[in-house]
Design a protein around this ligand. Structure first.
Ligand SMILES: Cc1ncc(COP(=O)(O)O)c(C=O)c1O
Length: 378
C-alpha cells in the first residue's frame, strides 16, 4: 500500500518532509464533515459545479478567511482550485509561453521551481531574500533588465526560510507590479499558520487583489488535509475572468466540487476553526522542542532564527561546511533534510539546510536533532 509520496523508510527521521504528520491528519473531522455533506446531498452537489466553484462554499470560506486575513474577503474574489501546486501550474499555463521570464525567490519552494523550469521551460530569475523577504533593491535592478510575466513569492512564513515579507516591501512590490505590468503570484499557504499571537504577520497579499495584479493562492493542505486536493485562488475581477474561462474549467466546471462540499461542512460545523487552533498550538510546541534540541546538540557556530510560523527551520552551517556534502553523509546516520541548493535555481545556498518540524512528534524531533548533532561532529 502506498501511504505517502515521501520517504519514510523504517528508522529514518527525515526532516526534509514538509507536510503534516500522520498523527495530525484529522480523519474524524473529515468523516464528520463528509457525513454532514453527504447527508444533505442534492443533485446540484453531484453536478459539474459552477466554474468559479460552489457559491455556498465560497461564502463560507470568505467568512472563515476574513478575520484571519485581517480584511474582508468577498466570495466573488474566490476561485476553487485543486491546491496550490495545481494553481501554480494553471497560472503558468494561463500567463506564460516557453522562454518567458519569471522572478522567484532565492531560496524558493523547490517543487514550484520544477514546474517553472521543467514543465513550462521558463527563464527563471532569482531574487535573494533576507529576514524582511525579497531584497527589493535587487528586484528593481533585475526589473531594469527583464520584463517578467510574474513574480512567484511565498510572502508569509516562507518555504524554506520562514521569513515574512514586510508590509513596506509588500506595498513596494505591488506598486512595481502596477508600474511595470507584471503579476504577483502569492503562495499564501502558511498565512494562517502563525504561532505567536503577539507578532501577527502583515495582512495576506490578497489585500491588493483589487488592482488586478495579485493572484493569492492558498490551500487546505496545511490547515486540514492534503488529500482533499482543495485550495483557492483569490483575485480581482479581470483576473477572475481568466480563471473561469480557462479551457479545462470551461469544459469541466468546478475544479473540485465534491471536495469543496466537505470543506464547507467542516467550516460550517466549526471543525475547521477548532482544528486550526489545535494545530497552531501543536506546531508552536514542536518549534520549541526543535529549538531546544538544536541548541543542545548542534555546534554553536550553526545559526538560525526561531520561526514564528510555517513549517521550517533554516539553518546556516559553519563557514567551510557544505550542505551537499552533509546531505551525502546524512543517510548513514538515519537522518534527512533539504540541502539549500535544492531550493536554488543557480545551485547556490550550499551553506544552508531546511528542517521541518511538521511531520514528526516531539520525541522523534529530539532524536532527529541528536542524530543531526552526531552528523555535524562526524
Ligand atoms: C510554498 C508551498 N506551496 C505549495 C505547496 C503545496 O500545496 P498544495 O498541497 O496545495 O498543492 C507547499 C507544500 O509543501 C508549499 O510549501
Amino acid at each position: 500500500m502506498q501511504t505517502t509520496q515521501v520517504d519514510v523508510r523504517h528508522g529514518l527521521i527525515n526532516f526534509g518532509i514538509g507536510q503534516p504528520g500522520f498523527s495530525i491528519l484529522p480523519t474524524e473531522i473529515i468523516q464528520k464533515s463528509a457525513a454532514h455533506c453527504f447527508g444533505r446531498l442534492d443533485p446540484d452537489q453531484i453536478n459539474y459545479g459552477a466554474e468559479q466553484g460552489d457559491e455556498l462554499f465560497r461564502e463560507s470560506l470568505a467568512q472563515f478567511l476574513s478575520p484571519r486575513y485581517g480584511f474582508s474577503v468577498q466570495r466573488d474574489e474566490l476561485f476553487v482550485t485543486t491546491g496550490n501546486s495545481a494553481a501554480i501550474d494553471m497560472v503558468c499555463a494561463m500567463f506564460t509561453r516557453p522562454g518567458d521570464t519569471v522572478f522567484i525567490e532565492e531560496p524558493t519552494y523547490f517543487l514550484a521551481l520544477s514546474i517553472f523550469q521543467v514543465d513550462y521551460a521558463l527563464n527563471v530569475v532569482p531574487i535573494p531574500v533576507d529576514e524582511q523577504g525579497m531584497n527589493m533593491a535587487v528586484f528593481e535592478a533585475e526589473l531594469a533588465k527583464h520584463q517578467p510575466k510574474f513574480v512567484y513569492t511565498t510572502p508569509t512564513y516562507h518555504n524554506p526560510t520562514g521569513y515574512t515579507l514586510s508590509q513596506a516591501r509588500r506595498e513596494r512590490l505591488h506598486d512595481l507590479a502596477q508600474s511595470h505590468d507584471f503579476l504577483i503570484i502569492a503562495d499564501e499557504v502558511y498565512q494562517m499558520l502563525g504561532y505567536e499571537a503577539d507578532q501577527p504577520p502583515p495582512p495576506a497579499m490578497a489585500q491588493f487583489t483589487a488592482g488586478n495584479k495579485v493572484i493569492s493562492l492558498s490551500s487546505f493542505s496545511k490547515i486540514l488535509a492534503p488529500g482533499l486536493r482543495l485550495g483557492w485562488a483569490q483575485a480581482g475581477p479581470e483576473l477572475m475572468e481568466r480563471f473561469v474561462t480557462f479551457g479545462k474549467i470551461a469544459s469541466g466546471g468546478s475544479a473540485n466540487h465534491m471536495g469543496s462540499g466537505i470543506a464547507r461542512s467542516a467550516i460550517e460545523l466549526g471543525l475547521q476553526a477548532e482544528f486550526l487552533d489545535e494545530i497552531k498550538a501543536l506546531y508552536r510546541e514542536r518549534i520549541q522542542v526543535m529549538e531546544d534540541a538544536l541548541r543542545t546538540h548542534l555546534p554553536a557556530d550553526v545559526h538560525w532564527e526561531k520561526p514564528a510560523g510555517g513549517f521550517f527551520f533554516w539553518l546556516k552551517l559553519p563557514d567551510g561546511m557544505s550542505a551537499t556534502q552533509l546531505s551525502a553523509a546524512a543517510d548513514a546516520h538515519d537522518i534527512g533534510f533539504v540541502p539549500g541548493p535544492k531550493c536554488s535555481n543557480i545551485n547556490g545556498l550550499d551553506q544552508y539546510i531546511r528542517l521541518s518540524f511538521a511531520f514528526y512528534e516531539n520525541d522523534q524531533i529530539i532524536e532527529g536533532c541528536k542524530r543531526l548533532g552526531k552528523l555535524f561532529h562526524s
